[in-house]
Design a protein around this ligand. Structure first.
Ligand code: URA
Length: 260
């Protein structure tokens, strides 16, 4: 059994206040009958809860897509600044953690969940989940830089895996990496005597940031998005399927696996 407002939050993405307002205005049905109180107890496995005509399916775990803004730390508890969890209302945020990390000044797609196994599968270095980042940098990227970055550069005792870089202008483009070392992209550009000026994650494991989410906004992952991520790592190996022997695995603890 659980409180109705908790289900409306965990499965409908509502804050406690929004859940109470939805109940008050008659937008919530429990087994076909208008709910009267947001704090009433329901059987989440058995009772049919409908919000605005949409049946809510109870799930054991929560999966959120967040547009991370600048200035937030990707952790559950950090004395050095506000955490991304502070962008979510209670009780939705309870028990959630970021699936990987973005630097404080990196923006874009961050997934939050309370499903540890799901998170581990997405972050384990072995699975090479692709992540696309839009970047801008201080100096033009030369053909030689592009080749070096794509085939792997030394970022301080670790040689990065092959990646794909698509330039939109000499100082802007999209880089697709399949690992997540600490400050990886910044260090990669540094190794070419360049400097990342801005970094924005566009996608993770083939799931793109919803363009309607403004910085700081969030929504639940759709079933399709969750299924896509659950179907990894099969899809995650796509980058490796390119020629030139890109499949050699290198050891090393990804910083993304050191989350929370
Ligand atoms: N690489 C970085 O350098 N920073 C990020 O936040 C993500 C990838």
């Amino acid at each position: 059994m659980m409180r109705l407002d908790k289900l409306l939050s965990k499965s409908g993405g509502l804050s406690r206040k929004e859940a109470a307002a939805a109940v008050r205005s008659g937008r919530v049905l429990v087994n076909g009958v208008r709910a009267k109180k947001a704090d009433c107890k329901i059987d989440e496995e058995e009772d049919g809860v409908v919000l605005d005509g949409r049946p809510l399916v109870y799930r054991k775990f929560t999966y959120i897509m967040l547009h991370k803004p600048i200035g937030y730390v990707s952790s559950t508890d950090d004395p050095g600044g506000p955490t991304v969890l502070e962008l979510l209302p209670a009780p939705l945020s309870k028990g959630l953690f970021p699936c990987g990390r973005l630097d404080k000044n990196t923006t874009g797609l961050l997934i939050l969940t309370d499903d540890g196994e799901f998170c581990h599968r997405l972050l384990t270095p072995r699975n090479h989940v692709p992540k696309d980042y839009l970047f801008s940098c201080a100096r033009p990227v030369t053909e030689e830089d592009k080749k070096a970055l794509e085939s792997g550069v030394d970022i301080g005792g670790y040689v990065t895996r092959p990646c794909v870089l698509t330039l939109r202008s000499p100082t802007e483009g999209i880089i697709t990496v399949t690992e997540g070392k600490y400050h990886q992209i910044k260090l990669m550009f540094q190794s070419r005597c360049n400097k990342i000026l801005s970094l924005h994650r566009l996608s993770f494991g083939g799931v793109s940031l919803d363009e309607s989410l403004t910085p700081g906004a969030y929504r639940l992952l759709t079933d399709g998005e969750r299924e896509k991520l659950c179907a990894l790592p099969h899809g995650a190996l796509a980058l490796e399927a390119t020629p030139d022997g890109l499949s050699g695995e290198r050891d090393g603890q990804d910083r993304d696996t050191r989350t929370r």
